[in-house]
Design a protein around this ligand. Structure first.
Ligand code: NIG
Ligand code: FE
Length: 419
């Protein structure tokens, strides 16, 4: 039996409320001083303070945390991990003030990444995504959600989803996969929108049969897919047993949130333009409001009304939205620091939004998302004096080490190589 004792943790932070953790409860994070975590076969068996010496008789592998702080492994529940190429050629246009949707309309944006993704081999996509995953792990992330969506045809979507499947088997980070076939209208379908929706509905059957995704997502936005089109796809996906996530209210509010809530989506994502009326509706449901502040930062756009959402009683998570267009950065710690500075979320709220709430949004909250007996030992140790310091000293990587399933996978900001 593999036994590990992590001792001399200065502070251990975790939100042990039952998720979805809503409103005020997002702030109720417990903090143990001088703590230890005892692990057997990847599962947390004991958490306590001070008297860790008593556990040494079990002969565990001893890991001295040397006064650093411990949090649950971070969960980034919205990424577009698999894509070909990059979009730095659009960066100057963006700096010059050109709008995201204008760039998309002129054949750039998502569509240019679609071309590169179609042209990339499985191996190219795999190694590019693996590099990003390694970066994420170094930033203390132990679980992610990752979407397809740069294929827009079945063959490339399947290739992307298979890349994710293989990465999930080979990489310490757990990947929960979402099919985002309706990410943009491909050029071949201009003038035949309904034809594309019908095709997506057919493709859902194949994705289901091949067991390539657990979730289905749609980009509901002006110039992309309407609320009605979103409804049609979501209803079909739901009928087939997929769980749902929806990109909605990113730029304009066009009814996507209401459609998502009616279909019991696990998450609604972006929400910079969510209406007050919809905030009230979200707060009455178990759907997680998944906010993506790095996207607002990179696109120089409004920030989502996180305070209103939390103060109205909604359950909020924060994710990176890592993608080549609106968020080309794997630095999840920076995303969380932007959540503090721009979303005006408090440190305890952000911890909740990056651990137990995204776990709920991925339906894995009984296994991960908090540090409790019986849960999987996914633990991130940070070189910080306390949790406030983690958000205040921004832009750097605070990770000291990462345990995934009770195994040390990052030590002193290096991935631990295994034979
Ligand atoms: O979530 N909003 C839609 N999709 C991505 C952007 C994709 C891209 O620009 O490549 C997002 O921000
Ligand atoms: Fe996204």
């Amino acid at each position: 039996m593999e036994k590990v004792l992590i001792y001399d943790i200065k502070y251990l932070y975790t939100n042990n409320n039952t998720p979805p953790v809503k409103g005020d409860k997002m702030r109720s994070v417990s903090c143990l001083e001088d703590a230890y975590i005892y692990i057997e076969d990847g599962i947390i068996k004991d958490i306590g303070t001070k008297n860790w010496d008593k556990l040494k008789c079990n002969n565990p592998y001893l890991y001295n945390a040397e006064g650093t702080i411990a949090i649950p492994g971070l969960i980034d529940s919205h990424t577009h991990l698999v894509f070909g190429g990059s979009r730095e050629h659009e960066f100057s246009r963006k700096i010059g003030g050109e709008d995201y949707l204008e760039i998309l309309k002129s054949g750039g944006g998502i569509l240019s990444t679609v071309t590169e993704t179609k042209n990339a081999s499985f191996e190219e996509l795999y190694s590019q995504a693996k590099r990003s995953l390694d970066e994420m792990l170094l930033f203390g992330v132990t679980t992610i959600e990752a979407k397809s969506g740069y294929g827009l045809d079945l063959e490339t979507e399947v290739k992307s989803l298979e890349v994710l499947k293989k990465l999930n088997m080979n990489h310490p980070i757990d990947i929960h996969v979402t099919y985002l076939g309706a990410h943009a209208l491909p050029n071949e379908y201009l003038g035949n929108r309904q034809g594309f929706i019908t095709q997506i509905k057919k493709d859902l059957l194949v994705i289901k049969e091949k067991k390539l995704a657990d979730f289905v997502d749609v980009f509901c936005e002006v110039g992309v897919f309407t609320a009605e089109e979103t409804r049609e796809i979501l209803e079909k996906a739901r009928e087939l047993g997929f769980r749902l996530r929806v990109h909605t209210d990113e730029i304009k509010s066009i009814g996507g949130t209401e459609v998502a809530l009616k279909n019991s989506a696990k998450t609604i994502d972006h929400l910079m333009a969510i209406t007050d009326e919809d905030i009230l509706k979200v707060a009455k449901t178990d759907t997680i409001a998944n906010l993506l502040p790095s996207t607002s930062f990179f696109l120089n756009k409004e920030y989502a009304p996180a305070r209103k959402l939390i103060d109205t009683g909604a359950a909020v998570s924060v994710s990176s939205d890592y993608n080549p267009g609106s968020t080309p950065s794997e630095n999840f710690q920076l995303t969380l620091q932007i959540a503090a500075n721009k979303l005006k979320m408090l440190p305890n709220e952000i911890l909740t939004a990056a651990t137990i709430n995204p776990a709920f949004g991925l339906d894995i909250h009984t296994k991960v998302g908090s540090l409790e007996k019986g849960k999987i030992a996914d633990i991130t140790l940070l070189n910080c004096k306390n949790l406030d310091y983690f958000f205040y000293h921004y832009g750097i990587n605070h990770t000291r080490s990462v345990f995934k399933n009770g195994i040390l996978v990052v030590e002193n900001r290096n991935i631990v190589k295994r034979l």
